[in-house]
Design a protein around this ligand. Structure first.
Ligand code: ZN
Length: 651
């Protein structure tokens, strides 16, 4: 059967879908478990819209109302542009770009927007409340079109107030200083097991006082969480084993109480559940959406082990101590004992919240430092997602455009997929878990450069080891050419191709991108005398070429040792220098050239996925099967989710 991975493309986004190989072979009970967890994953969708910006749900619901009810010409250009805007709002879970965090705008006029709404049975629009239609149109128009209102979702510009300059909805009427003091007071330096203060709440001013609105049943987002819990309680009934049952029960208890101690207990139980085939995350997890890095966005992923690919991750995690002991890092910065790194290759069954439609390809959790130190972490590579990316890129002309030779194209076709999966395994499972801080070094000392340097550390660890014969010995890599393909692809990405995501004239801000350019540029500069990496132009197009893979590996080793030293000692000045010198500035000519080449190929720089559909099959009222089918309609899936799973009010 020919499966179409590519669905559609608009603005700078492409929509794909993924297969769930192996689902049909699961037992009925396992399918049931995945189904219940999947429903729980979709029920939180509104939460992330509201967290990203307080008016996102109002905007989304207004746009959806127009889409359903507009009685005018639906074929004209303007209406199509309106639909593109709606699709972008769904994709970003709000009105800010999911990656750059900048507010984006529809390519229609405010007058046309007013006309759309006036001809969409506005009397039936429950959102209006006490306003007149005109007042409502004016208010929503302002939110959508005014560039001065909420221009950035998350501001990392430390010269201003990070909270007041960010549109995200984790604080209301509170300044950065007040929020920092509020959480500073909660901390107890002597507590070896501190909870993640403020993780699951919004901080607001009530009268003169600051107060946390906790996300739980009976608290913030109560209705959505009630629905999540309803499905989780069904999942408990079909859990694979007692460990997994405990995990889900702890999560339910946490959603009922909002107690962060219970969340830690849940995280520890989740780490201990390593035997189950099926696994999931569901909750307030990552803190990238809060400029202070305190409050977590809601996300969910349901998955099961990819048994065939899994021997790869298991072999790597079994040898974690060997990798740590043999790394090029100074001995005092190494972990004496690497704890409980479990790595899996997984098949995603559903994506939800902050992981939908744009999803990470690797995850390493939990985030609490003391739990990681004491109980280890779980790390995954989502291989059916990387497979989709790979399939879609095959026919795009990307390799032909940017590789420096026919040989490089062919090698990339052959080994690119396994190379990048191995990189993700090594990055997530070993890289993030490696190294240690010297006694007395504060984990916060690298400040706004911390996440770039952390990603660099994990990438360098992966790059260093992907060219180690150990990988061939333990049976996870077929031959060294895999490593060569990964090296040239990584350098090409860091020096050239990732610039497609940068608006000409702007700096690089996103930390993974800063990290990739930092590594590639540093190695390019350091290896210049020996021509380790060559940059050249042919017929006006820029290319790069790795001339000496062995020397490049030594450069990775040297930089890894330095970045680990910076982290272990908390050397802010050296960290800042590295990032600012190599990771931030962009050559404008090259930037324009790359964007132009991508435009000509018609490749959108960002991708996301629609979910498969799970349908219970009943006979005589008894459940006999869960059927999986693959939607190919982005718009229909989004409208369906909005209609069936909308549990939050707008503000
Ligand atoms: Zn990472």
């Amino acid at each position: 059967m020919n499966f179409n991975f590519f669905i559609e493309q608009f603005a700078d986004l492409k929509i794909m879908r993924y297969q769930v190989p192996g689902f049909e072979k699961l037992s009925l009970k396992q399918k049931e478990l995945i189904y219940y967890l999947s429903e729980a994953a979709i029920c939180g969708r509104d939460i992330i819209f509201d967290q990203n910006y307080k008016h996102n749900l109002l905007v989304r619901k207004t746009l959806e109302h127009i889409y359903k009810k507009y009685s005018g010409d639906r074929e004209c250009d303007d209406f199509q542009k309106f639909v593109v805007y709606l699709k972008r709002v769904w994709f970003s879970n709000g009105i800010h770009h999911h990656y750059s965090m900048d507010k984006f705008f529809p390519e229609i006029s405010e007058d046309y927007f007013a006309e759309l709404l006036s001809n969409s049975q506005p009397d039936n629009l429950s959102l209006i409340g006490n306003e007149t239609i005109e007042q409502f149109i004016e208010r929503v128009s302002d939110i959508i079109f005014n560039p001065d209102i909420a221009p950035k979702r998350v501001s990392l510009d430390s010269t201003g107030d990070l909270i007041l300059n960010s549109a995200c909805n984790y604080y209301e009427g509170v300044s950065q200083k007040e929020a920092e003091e509020f959480y500073e007071k909660m901390k107890d330096e002597n507590d070896p097991n501190p909870v993640s203060y403020g993780l699951n709440s919004r901080l607001v001013r009530v009268g003169g006082e600051l107060k946390e609105e906790v996300c739980k049943i009976g608290g913030r987002y109560s209705e959505a969480i009630e629905n999540i819990v309803r499905w989780l309680e069904k999942a408990i009934q079909v859990a694979e084993n007692d460990n997994q049952k405990t995990v889900i029960e702890k999560l339910v208890e946490y959603y009922k109480t909002g107690d962060l101690k219970t969340f830690d207990e849940y995280s520890i139980a989740w780490l201990k559940d390593t035997d189950s085939l099926i696994d999931f995350t569901n909750g307030f997890i990552e803190v990238y959406g809060d400029p202070l890095g305190i409050k977590a966005s809601w996300e969910a992923v349901v998955n099961f082990k990819d048994m065939e690919a899994n021997h790869r991750a298991e072999a790597i995690s079994r040898n974690a101590q060997w990798f740590e002991d043999n790394s090029p890092v100074e001995p005092q910065f190494k972990k004496k004992k690497v704890k409980g790194v479990t790595a899996k290759v997984i098949t995603a069954a559903i994506l939800g919240g902050d992981c939908y439609p744009s999803t990470p390809i690797g995850i390493n959790l939990p985030n609490a430092d003391w739990i990681r130190a004491e109980y280890g972490s779980k790390s995954v590579t989502i291989e059916n997602i990387t497979y989709s990316y790979h399939q879609v890129s095959q026919g795009s002309g990307f390799l032909e455009e940017f590789c420096n030779s026919q040989e490089e194209i062919e090698l990339s076709r052959k080994f690119g997929f396994i190379g990048s999966n191995l990189h993700t395994d090594l990055h997530e499972c070993l890289g993030h878990g490696s190294g240690q801080l010297l006694p007395g070094t504060s984990p916060d000392s690298l400040k706004n450069y911390a996440s770039t340097l952390e990603e660099a550390r994990a990438d360098l660890f992966a790059l260093y080891y992907i060219m180690d014969k150990k990988l061939i010995e333990i049976g996870v890599m077929p031959e060294m050419d895999v490593a060569k393909v990964e090296y040239s692809g990584y350098i090409r990405g860091g020096l050239i191709t990732q610039l497609t995501r940068i608006e000409p004239g702007k700096d690089i801000e996103e930390s993974h991108m800063r990290n990739r350019q930092l590594i590639a540029k540093w190695c390019y500069e350091k290896g210049k005398a020996e021509n380790v990496i060559e940059m050249f132009k042919q017929e006006g197009k820029s290319y790069c070429k790795v001339n000496d893979y062995g020397k490049l590996r030594s450069l990775f080793a040297e930089l890894l040792a330095e970045v680990q030293r910076i982290k272990s000692e908390g050397d802010f000045k050296a960290g800042k220098n590295l990032v600012e010198k190599y990771g931030v500035k962009v050559d404008l000519n090259l930037n324009n050239e790359v964007k132009d080449r991508f435009d000509k190929l018609g490749i959108a720089p960002y991708g996301g996925f629609i979910n498969p559909v799970y349908t219970p099959v009943k006979e005589n009222g008894r459940l006999v099967d869960i059927k999986i089918s693959y939607s190919d309609d982005y718009l229909r899936q989004m409208m369906h989710y909005s209609e069936k799973y909308s549990f939050c009010d707008h503000s």
